[in-house]
Write a protein that binds this ligand. Structure first.
Ligand code: ZN
Ligand code: ZN
Ligand code: ZN
Ligand code: ZN
Ligand code: ZN
Ligand code: ZN
Length: 375
């Protein structure tokens, strides 16, 4: 249905309008809508809206609301801040609902069925422009979409990366074949990296072990004592074993495994190891920098000038945190960042790894979706 724009007085079509993030009114994008995110300067199609919500970029604000928010003389700044916080929470809720819907239907966002067994040998392909941000005139996603045949690479789930590249999943087994095909089609302007799809992780706790069993022994015990849950062909790898602080004979085990094993063990909730019945919980954790406590990069490539404690967000590493010196009050740097960036008022009095942290929840959810199909 066509809607009349109050500014230009022309009728505009659905796809030329957008609902304001704050007032919810449908406005003519050409005349009236400010895109809060610089990444979102295009009209939204259904798919793009979904992508924008998933990537947390969906912040278009109509001109009058934008004025109210940025004009210091206006009294509505407070009001707009509260509205923004509320809207963010609604969006978070919607993302969860959308994902639940997707799960119900057993399809991914493109409507194709994903076989869970395929995921066990999936590769993640990352394509970046060679000159990085400087070559803005080349659109990597468009280029990939136009030149690479997804059927040939058995590719799916293409996403854009913050620095203008793309990632997608690919089911071709040999890395050389993937790389050759991409180089042939894209030419030499792009860097191509291929990684194994990250495996799901589990945390198994409550094992009594006073002999300090090796990782290999533990793996064998887990396999033989739980053979109804783990097939011989399944991969399972013990990556870390720790002892409890007050009793080092009580161990916690971290494993990486296939999606099937992850599903079976989390459903079973407990497994047998030696004489112990051990609890099993999800162990998937988004990558977080040990220096600055932000997500999606490692400490070895961190470019933040200062260390930031994940507990109190003061300038020191977690290993140097001391309640007596730095205080017991917790402060989450990721929520502080988000509040500043989006003018929100999210609670910040928690550690960055707190399960109630909205940013942790988003990152964890996103990672779960990329590791476990139809989650
Ligand atoms: Zn207009
Ligand atoms: Zn508005
Ligand atoms: Zn960092
Ligand atoms: Zn601290
Ligand atoms: Zn803002
Ligand atoms: Zn937080």
């Amino acid at each position: 249905m066509a809607v009349k724009c109050k500014k230009c007085e022309k009728f505009y079509k659905n796809k030329e309008g957008a609902n304001c993030f704050i007032c919810g009114v449908n406005k003519h994008m050409e005349c009236d809508v400010m895109f809060h995110s610089s990444k979102a300067k295009h009209p939204f199609t259904c798919d793009m809206t979904l992508l924008a919500i998933q990537n947390n970029h969906l912040f278009f604000i109509c001109e009058s609301c934008q004025d109210a928010k940025t004009n210091p003389k206006s009294n509505s700044v407070e009001y707009v801040n509260n509205e923004l916080t509320q809207k963010l929470n609604e969006i978070l809720k919607k993302v969860l609902q959308l994902e639940e819907k997707i799960e119900e239907k057993g399809v991914n966002t493109k409507g194709e069925k994903i076989e869970s067994t395929q995921m066990s040998y999936a590769k993640v392909v990352k394509i970046d422009l060679k000159n990085g941000r400087s070559s803005k005139n080349i659109n990597a996603m468009e280029k990939v979409r136009n030149s690479i045949d997804p059927q040939k690479l058995q590719a799916s789930d293409m996403r854009s990366t913050p620095n203008g590249g793309v990632t997608f999943k690919c089911q071709v087994e040999k890395e050389q074949d993937i790389e050759a095909e991409i180089k042939k089609k894209l030419g030499s302007n792009f860097d191509v990296k291929i990684n194994e799809q990250r495996k799901p992780s589990l945390r198994i706790y409550g094992l009594y072990d006073d002999k300090n069993l090796s990782s290999q022994t533990l793996e064998d015990m887990i396999r033989t004592q739980n053979s109804s849950l783990i097939q011989k062909t399944n991969s399972l790898y013990v990556k870390k074993v720790t002892g409890r602080k007050n009793n080092t004979n009580v161990k916690t085990i971290w494993i990486d495994c296939d999606v099937d094993v992850y599903r079976n063990l989390t459903q079973a909730k407990a497994i047998n190891i030696g004489w112990s019945r051990c609890n099993v919980v999800d162990g998937i954790n988004p990558m977080r920098c040990y220096k600055c406590s932000r997500y999606a990069h490692k400490g070895s490539v961190c470019n933040k000038p200062e260390e930031c404690c994940p507990k109190c967000s003061k300038n020191h590493l977690l290993t140097n945190h001391n309640d007596e010196i730095h205080g017991e009050e917790k402060k989450c740097i990721n929520c502080l960042d988000a509040n500043e960036k989006f003018n929100l008022k999210m609670d910040t009095n928690h550690a960055v790894w707190d399960k109630t942290c909205k940013i942790y929840q988003l990152k964890h959810r996103k990672l779960m979706n990329s590791i476990i199909p139809e989650n």
